[in-house]
Design a protein around this ligand. Structure first.
Ligand SMILES: Cc1cc2nc3c(=O)[nH]c(=O)nc-3n(C[C@H](O)[C@H](O)[C@H](O)COP(=O)(O)OP(=O)(O)OC[C@H]3O[C@@H](n4cnc5c(N)ncnc54)[C@H](O)[C@@H]3O)c2cc1C
Length: 415
């Protein structure tokens, strides 16, 4: 491959680049470093060309240009992938975030048209301007239904963070077990097992309830009775909970994330995972969160597996989130963190042999490793992520992308 640090070695035959209406950024450009920035520092790669496309014709031209020059391609939507799936070393980034980041609402048809580079904040703001009552339902079906199923929606919901001391985990698990067996899709909770800045183990309970404060205080009475250190839950506008985690997960730092399926509230694996996370956080020097999700998945799992690409995960997810300051980033840091994440994942899954079982694979979109946790991205991850749908997807891939030009993330091998 040509030297990625200069654009001059690449052919522009066919005048491909001159046909681009958007912006083309190469390593000589003053905005080059800025154009490579991603949410996670370790997701950044030195592209040869970053093309901020304006429309479909620009996308098509950019692909033809990359093909002509045998350059790898990455697409950048919001740039949040922690594994660098939207970046590519020495290749062409087709970046949607500058011009294709708008959201348009058609209130009459109750449809939202969301640009590939739009972020949820933009979706929320635009739908509010156009009147949520008109559009909320469709928006939910296309997006947030993943988290909050589309019931008749109130303008406000009850949400926020309640902080408990690490010693209260046993009581919290007992309460959560009871709630989990009686809960409805109107409510959800996340437990974040972490440490405060001095290294003291704490539990952040982030709850969501599609109802009034009065209802929730009754419903979650036993949880509040455990005696939180701080309670920041209240009735808030519907769009507020989605960015609830933003203050804790700021851009520009290093990040390693791993998804593990879990069976529900179970004290011992949680105690082990919390202890391991506390140990690894080294008195607050490394940022470690073990995020247990308690969502009722029966609505999602009622959709037949063949109706969407990804396999169904019958069990809820637990995310291992490890962060480090951007300035401390290095490849060695990623290697070290991967090992830490696997140690915590072992605790969540109840041992290494369980973790290697495909059934323990949680969200596919976090770590690049395969089921065995090898350092390099392995081919079986695509197979694991798509499950029984994989052969059908391979046929589609062969038809529309036989040369495997779109090969980032968990690339499907054409059949
Ligand atoms: C703070 C935070 C919270 C998160 N919470 C959740 C969560 O609750 N649930 C969850 O499932 N995930 C969550 N994620 C992960 C996130 O959903 C994924 O990283 C997702 O890929 C982000 O979308 P993006 O457009 O920013 O992706 P990018 O990083 O821009 O791209 C990711 C991949 O998608 C491809 N791609 C992007 N846009 C297009 C397009 N238009 N056409 C073709 N390919 C495209 C890219 O090439 C790349 O391979 C979270 C991430 C962060 C940083």
């Amino acid at each position: 491959m040509d030297d990625p640090n200069t654009s001059e070695t690449h052919s522009t035959t066919g005048g491909f680049l001159s046909r681009i209406k958007g912006d083309i950024i190469t390593p000589e450009h003053p905005d080059y470093r800025q154009s490579l920035h991603r949410w996670a520092r370790n997701a950044e790669r030195n592209a040869a060309f970053v093309i901020f496309v304006k429309d479909e014709a620009d996308v098509s031209t950019a692909i033809l240009f990359a093909k002509e020059n045998k350059l790898p391609i990455a697409i950048r939507g919001g740039g949040h992938s922690p594994i660098g799936a939207s970046s590519v070393e020495g290749g062409v980034v087709i970046d949607l975030s500058r011009y294709l980041n708008k959201v348009r609402i058609d209130p009459a048809k109750r449809l939202a048209y969301v640009g590939g580079g739009a972020v949820w904040e933009e979706v929320g703001k635009t739908t509010i301007v156009h009147g949520l009552e008109q559009t909320r339902k469709k928006i939910l079906i296309y997006s947030l239904a993943i988290l909050w199923p589309p019931y008749s929606q109130r303008d406000t919901v009850f949400s926020g963070t309640v902080i408990f001391h690490g010693k209260q985990l046993e009581s919290l698990v007992a309460v959560t077990k009871e709630w989990n067996s009686n809960g409805s899709p109107k409510e959800a909770m996340m437990f974040v097992l972490t440490c405060d800045p001095t290294g003291v183990p704490i539990i952040l309970c982030q709850s969501f309830f599609n109802g009034s404060e009065k209802e929730v205080r009754e419903k979650f009475k036993k949880l509040y009775d455990v005696g939180p250190v701080a309670d920041m839950t209240k009735e808030v506008p519907y769009e507020t909970p989605n960015p609830l985690q933003n203050p804790y997960v700021r851009p520009g730092n290093g990040a390693y994330w791993k998804g593990v399926a879990h069976k529900g509230p179970d004290l011992q694996p949680m105690v082990n995972a919390h202890q391991k996370a506390t140990e690894i956080s080294q008195g607050g020097k490394t940022y470690v969160q073990v995020v247990y999700e308690w969502f009722h998945l029966f609505k999602i799992n009622s959709v037949p597996a063949g109706a969407t690409a990804y396999r169904r995960i019958p069990d809820p997810n637990c995310s291992v989130i490890i962060g480090w300051p951007g300035e401390a980033h290095s490849d060695e840091k990623v290697d070290e963190t991967r090992t830490f994440a696997h140690r915590i994942a072992d605790c969540i899954a109840g041992g290494e042999s369980n973790l290697k079982d495909v059934k323990s694979q949680g969200y596919a979109n976090y770590d690049p490793e395969g089921v065995l946790g090898d350092k390099n991205e392995v081919k079986d991850k695509a197979q694991v992520a798509f499950g029984d749908n994989y052969p059908a997807l391979q046929r589609v891939k062969k038809k529309y992308d036989p040369d495997n030009i779109c090969n980032r993330w968990f690339a499907i091998t054409p059949a």
